[in-house]
Design a protein around this ligand. Structure first.
Ligand code: AKB
Length: 371
């Protein structure tokens, strides 16, 4: 648990949005090793002017979204300003594409050392267990999604980082309005994943109001990506259908054909993430926003896929755990606040998303055949 301790310089800061005063930044007692701090370092001594690029750390970087986001951010801020991190070993193409570092979000000291040594100013926190795998291992999901988040929050507050934590449609539950689901409504999720994400939203907002932490959060729908696989989510079927269609011409869906869920193409998700991180603080009337793009059922997605692959055979074999989760989630998201405050707008509708997926996967298959 964070132990509040007075900091000589950074302790009291004005909070722009609520007009109240920040009290002490939560700091954990740490022994500092000589390796950890350069001789002339002092807390908060590194200031960045607006014209300088942020120094970004992405945790959980080898999941579905990290590599794509790193590519986008490196294009904008320079290759060396964006560090991908994970506890897993990166594949060659990721390792050679830019800085990669080992970081374990459950190891507070390791994380703190990385932030200090690399002069990190933005932290994108992607480490998490998703909905279906979370139900299969609740203690691990609790450790990664909740204890890990506490480490991230304390380090972000201590080092005045701009912090992005994704939330999800899974932060809502059966008692939330489902079609559409507004930003502010009842949130009583029934999964450990959802509970941990509501916790992240509330803790991030609390640190914002209490300590002035620049916390920014988007509730992602199911994300559909071609060059990275999701891991253990309820919406994974919407990615798997493309891979199975190309590989075997057959797809067995683990949700009922009429299960409607909000979804989004990866490029839109990454664009939204960069946009909200760059939005001026004054534009943000909230710190957690829904973002929406598509809303479809497995049957509707299959119809669209069949236009590209008329020979595809789709069958249904419902997984009761995933179905129960999906039945408790929003069918459609109201994202009007994001559209109003920072100009969120998606580019890909359902036919465009399906075409983009096939274009990517078939060019990849052609390249594999050529090698
Ligand atoms: C999951 O299905 O668990 C995730 C999500 C919607 O957050 N893709």
């Amino acid at each position: 648990m964070p132990v509040a301790r007075l900091l000589p310089r950074a302790a009291v800061r004005a909070l722009p949005s609520c007009g109240c005063r920040a009290s002490v930044v939560p700091l954990r007692p740490q022994s500092t090793s000589p390796r950890q701090l350069p001789a002339d370092a002092s807390f908060h001594s590194v200031s960045f002017s607006d014209s300088e690029h942020p120094r970004v750390l992405i945790t959980g970087g080898l999941g579905q979204l990290g590599v794509g986001l790193a590519k986008l951010l490196r294009k904008r801020f320079g290759k060396d300003n964006v560090i991908l991190s994970d506890i897993r070993k990166p594949p060659d193409h990721v390792f050679s594409s830019g800085p990669f570092i080992y970081s374990d979000i459950l190891d507070y000291k390791n994380l703190r050392e990385i932030v200090v040594n690399n002069r990190i100013t933005w932290l994108i926190h992607y480490s998490a267990l998703l909905s279906a795998v979370g139900e299969a291992n609740v203690p691990l999901a609790r450790a990664v999604n909740i204890t890990g988040l506490h480490n991230i929050l304390d380090i972000a507050a201590e080092h005045s980082l701009r912090l992005f934590v994704p939330s999800t449609i899974g932060a809502f539950g059966p008692t939330s309005p489902r079609n559409p689901t507004p930003d502010l409504c009842i949130q009583r999720p029934r999964t450990i994943y959802g509970v941990s994400k509501v916790h992240a939203e509330l803790m991030g907002e609390y640190y914002h109001y209490r300590y002035g932490l620049d916390f920014r959060c988007l509730r992602y729908p199911g994300i559909i990506s071609a060059d990275s696989q999701p891991g253990g989510g309820t919406t994974d079927y919407a990615v798997q259908i493309f891979h199975d269609a190309i590989k075997s011409g057959k797809f067995q869906c683990n949700l009922r054909p009429d299960t409607r869920l909000p979804m989004m193409y990866l490029d839109d998700c990454l664009k939204a993430t960069l946009d909200v991180m760059e939005a001026p603080a004054e534009a943000l009337t909230m710190r957690t926003y829904n973002i929406n793009a598509l809303s479809f059922t497995p049957e509707e997605l299959a119809q669209e896929v069949l236009k590209h692959m008329p020979e595809l055979q789709v069958t249904y074999n419902v997984d009761s755990v995933r179905q129960a989760i999906a039945d408790s989630w929003p069918m459609n998201f109201d994202d009007s606040n994001a559209r109003r405050d920072w100009g969120w707008k998606h580019d890909f509708d359902l036919p465009e998303m399906v075409t983009a997926m096939f274009n990517f996967l078939s060019s990849e298959a052609r390249a594999a055949r050529a090698n």
